[in-house]
Design a protein around this ligand. Structure first.
Ligand SMILES: [Zn+2]
Length: 68
């Protein structure tokens, strides 16, 4: 099993689990948040994706306070 993270342009992050033994079919991952195609593959191995973070649940980027 190979684990990797892929991030959509909108900031949604997916965890990909790719099997090293099960055969799969070509396919693509459409972002559940914005609908963009995040990844396409014509690979031989089975893959599953799981959404791990959506932008509305991520922490906002906080600007550091000014130096004293
Ligand atoms: Zn997206």
């Amino acid at each position: 099993m190979i684990l990797s993270d892929v991030e959509c342009e909108c900031g949604t992050i997916y965890r990909c689990a790719e099997s090293e033994t099960l055969s799969g079919e070509p396919g693509r991952l459409a972002c559940a948040n914005c609908g963009r195609i995040v990844e396409q593959w014509d690979a031989a191995h089975r893959r599953v994706y799981r959404c791990v973070l959506t932008p509305d649940r991520s922490y906002p980027v906080v600007a550091p306070p000014p130096a004293p």
